[in-house]
Design a protein around this ligand. Structure first.
Ligand code: RB5
Length: 144
């Protein structure tokens, strides 16, 4: 299960990514927002990331204007490794090397076609483990 959320700046892009997930038969929960009325992205990041941390959802997708605000907010939450991506290589390697559990996308940065490719590779790529685990342990220690 995927947890998804957006602010007004990411609303339109998230609707297009939801259509893509529907086509792929990938299940998700939409934590809003539900229109282009202005909202504060940390509130949405908190809802989505809680579901990832508590294990209800495997991964999160967050959308704002740039993806940056969502990622800053998400990365304040213990256990979240959120990455803003606008290229395919980063979306793949943040799974392989960082075991990122939240992908942040900018609705004013990437188009729908690219966003769907980024989501696709992010969801399909497994963490490599091995030498990267010690680094993730050190990141986790920074949360303490
Ligand atoms: C909202 O205007 C905008 O600041 C927000 O969507 C996001 O881009 C913040 O990082």
């Amino acid at each position: 299960m995927i947890a998804m959320g957006c602010d007004h700046g990411g609303y339109a892009l998230m609707q297009q990514v939801k259509d893509f997930l529907d086509e792929q038969n990938i299940s998700y929960v939409d934590y809003g927002c539900y229109s282009e009325d202005s909202v504060d992205y940390p509130d949405i990041a908190q809802k989505v990331c809680s579901e990832v941390v508590n294990g209800t959802c495997d991964k999160g997708l967050l959308f704002c204007g740039t993806g940056i605000g969502m990622s800053i907010a998400a990365n304040k939450i213990n256990g979240i490794r959120a990455a803003v991506c606008s290229d395919w290589f980063s979306a793949k390697y943040t799974r392989l090397h960082n075991d990122a559990n939240v992908l942040c996308l900018g609705g004013r940065v990437v188009g729908a076609g690219l966003a769907c490719e980024l989501v696709d590779v992010f969801l399909k790529t497994d963490y490599e483990g091995g030498r990267h685990q010690n680094r993730l342990n050190k990141i986790a220690a920074l949360e303490k």
